[in-house]
Structures are given as structure tokens and as C-alpha cells.
Design a binder for this molecule. Structure first.
Ligand code: SF4
Ligand code: SF4
Length: 192
């Protein structure tokens, strides 16, 4: 992969953060052998369920703080936006704009709702809204929730799941080596 493409991918993920900050998923699966290391890395592990919850405490403005040692599921995951960026089919600035908008919506909704462990943000806000009298619901809030749900699906290829699933690229085999390597390069905060 060209060096500038790697830097662009890294910038894209640091701008977006949706698969780590709780905007897209509520939980990430961890394998049994990863539970202790994940706990050591201060991820919010729920041992009996074999998951850790999001928003992930390892996610910062500079990327994943436990990048070199992140769980396998994180290592394997890439979204549609990432794959389009990786293919070079669309202008980086346009993709970055989409990532930025997703980040803005998540941040705005988390500021209103609070970022709570293990809840998927659009659903949580929808539930919050359903408990309010219609005349107390701000139209802007409804629009933000709807726009975020649309962008998660359209731009990131999100499906209604609460756990981070490995990427299943068309035609890929059972092992996800190439996409893992791509993901590794892009989210490494040191790769710029
Ligand atoms: S892999 Fe996709 S969803 Fe995750 S941070 Fe990067 S652009 Fe966002
Ligand atoms: S990639 Fe890193 S920051 Fe993101 S969910 Fe996994 S461990 Fe957390």
C-alpha cells in the first residue's frame, strides 16, 4: 500500500471513530484467551458474555491506545467507508467529509444523552425520545438520530447488530489476513 494511502486511511479512522466510540456498536466480542489481556488493557470486559463494552476506553483523539495489542475482532474489522478509501475509488476529501459528519453526529448525541457503556447510541436516543411527550421532542434531535442511522448504514455498511462483527468482504476466504493488515495499518496512530 502506498505510504500516502496508509496515512489517509489512518486520518479517516481518527476522524470517524464510529466502530470504537459507541456510535456503531454496543459491544465487541473477545475470545476466551483474550479476556485477561483485555481486562489488563482496561477495556470494559464482561467476562460471562465474552465481550467488552463501548464506548471503548482505549479510543482517543489519536486513535486506539492499545493498537498493537487490540482484540482479534478489532483487528479484523473494516467498514464500507474504509474499503472505498482503500480502493482509491473516491476522493479522500469527500470520504473525510463523511467521516467528519458521522463523528459530529455521534458527539452531539452523546453530549445530550451521555456516553453509556454497552448501549447503541441511535437506539438509546430513540428510546429516550419515545419516553417524552411529543411536544417536548426537539425536531433537530430527531433529525440527528435519523441522519446518523442513515449514514451508519449508507456510508459504513452498518447492520442492526450490537456487536462488532468481522468484515466479510465479497469473495474473501475464512481468513481475513489482507483486510486485517489493512486495518492494522490504518488505525495505527503512529502510521502517519
Ligand atoms: S473502520 Fe470505518 S467505522 Fe471504524 S473508525 Fe475507520 S472509518 Fe470509522
Ligand atoms: S480498535 Fe482499539 S479503540 Fe477500537 S474498540 Fe478495539 S481496542 Fe477499542
Amino acid at each position: 500500500m502506498k505510504e500516502n494511502r496508509t496515512a489517509e486511511l489512518s486520518q479517516l479512522c481518527r476522524t470517524c471513530g464510529a466502530c470504537c466510540n459507541g456510535g456503531m456498536f454496543a459491544f465487541v466480542d473477545v475470545e476466551p484467551g483474550e479476556l485477561t489481556p483485555a481486562t489488563r488493557r482496561r477495556l470494559s470486559v464482561i467476562e460471562e458474555r465474552g465481550v467488552f463494552s463501548q464506548p471503548c476506553p482505549a479510543w482517543t483523539a489519536t486513535g486506539c491506545e492499545v493498537y498493537a495489542d487490540r482484540p482479534r475482532r478489532c483487528h479484523e474489522y473494516t467498514c464500507d467507508l474504509y474499503r472505498v478509501a482503500e480502493s482509491g475509488q473516491e476522493e479522500h476529501a469527500r470520504l473525510l467529509h463523511r467521516a467528519r459528519r458521522i463523528h459530529e453526529l455521534i458527539a452531539a448525541l452523546q453530549a445530550r444523552r451521555g456516553a453509556r457503556d454497552g448501549e447503541w447510541l441511535p437506539r438509546a436516543v430513540s428510546e429516550m425520545l419515545s419516553g417524552l411527550r411529543p411536544d417536548r421532542v426537539e425536531p433537530e434531535l430527531l433529525l440527528d438520530v435519523a441522519e446518523l442511522a442513515m449514514r451508519l448504514q449508507r456510508d459504513l455498511g452498518w447492520r442492526p447488530e450490537i456487536t462488532k462483527q468481522p468484515t466479510e468482504a465479497p469473495g474473501s476466504g475464512p481468513e481475513q489476513t489482507s483486510s486485517s493488515e489493512r486495518s492494522r495499518a490504518a488505525r495505527d496512530p503512529a502510521s502517519d
